[in-house]
Write a protein that binds this ligand. Structure first.
Ligand code: LHQ
Length: 258
């Protein structure tokens, strides 16, 4: 599949999706949203982890503000429902772990695209901006859902109202993202993280994603039942048998993702 606004590379089970419109800081237009959706849906069949990153100095600057002739002509509700939602849903429901390797600024819907990934790793020079109020909007692309869950209501409200840049280290400290690493080690670091996930127990990862995400809607009893059901399925996998055998034989497991 040939893409124009992104690139897709698959090697050793790691699928790397690079947002590739660096001249506009990887702003999202219709074509890019469609290509991201397509690449994730197709990629999850073959990759054991999918990494999103950006070409150039930004991760993603959100909606392409030069995309419509004028703000009046842009039907925001339609664009969100028909173009953003499929992309966000593809990322959120992806069968394999997803990593946002945030190489630079992530603004507006670009920040919330990153936060929809399972794991967010950012370079120290990267930042997250809920830029929406600067142009008279409210956070979208799942931001009002993710932020209060990840950083609590007080920080979510401040981030949304003030639209200030939150640096990578601050984002890590407040629980918005998994980790911030030095610019020098960033690429090697996320590649190593991705390699770990690509050689791990893929079906268990899928169960983890489901259990943690559903926990916010479940009471304790329902969550215990969900864990038991999902763990029952993990117990039927080749990777569980291999994991136990490797432990008993005092060697590293070789997980196949089955
Ligand atoms: C851009 C953009 C951009 C086009 C930089 N578009 N060109 C969803 C549904 C439908 C509609 C409405 O919105 C949404 C959700 C949203 O995402 S709304 C929020 C949209 N995003 C923003 O408001 C962020 C706008 N960008 C910025 O605030 C800054 O550019 C950031 C903080 C990202 C980076 O600042 P700087 O590092 O100072 O770079 P810069 O501002 O100089 O930008 C570099 C170039 O990229 C520049 O073009 P130029 O030709 O002058 O070099 C910008 O115009 C262009 N660019 N973001 N979103």
């Amino acid at each position: 599949m040939d893409y124009e606004t992104i690139t897709w590379e698959l090697a050793d089970g790691v699928g790397v999706l690079t947002l590739n419109r660096p001249e506009v800081m990887n702003a999202l237009n219709s074509q890019m949203r469609a290509e991201i959706t397509q690449a994730i849906q197709a990629g999850q069949q073959r990759a054991r982890v999918i990494v999103l990153t950006g070409a150039g100095r930004a991760f993603c600057s959100g909606q392409d503000l030069g995309d419509a002739a004028s703000a009046d002509e842009l039907d925001l509700e339609r664009v969100l429902r028909e173009e953003y939602e499929p992309m966000l849903r593809a990322l959120r429901t992806c069968a394999v772990p997803t990593v946002a390797a945030v190489n630079g600024v992530a603004a507006g819907a670009g920040a919330n695209l990153a936060l929809a990934a399972d794991v967010v790793i950012a370079a120290h020079s990267a930042s997250f901006v809920q830029a929406f109020t600067r142009i008279g909007l409210m956070p979208d692309a799942g931001g009002t859902w993710a932020l209060p869950r990840q950083i609590g209501m007080a920080k979510a409200m401040g981030a949304a109202l003030f639209a200030e840049r939150v640096g990578a280290e601050q984002a890590s400290a407040m629980g918005m993202i998994w980790e911030a690493v030095s610019d020098e080690s960033f690429e090697a670091h996320w590649q190593a993280r991705a390699a770990t996930l690509a050689s791990g127990p893929t079906l268990a990862y899928g169960a983890i994603k489901q259990a943690l995400r559903e926990s916010f809607g479940n009471g304790y009893e329902a969550q215990l039942a969900l864990e038991a059901r999902l763990q029952g399925a993990c117990g039927q996998t080749d990777d569980f048998r291999e994991g136990v055998a490797a432990f008993l034989e005092k060697r590293q497991p070789e997980f196949t993702g089955r």
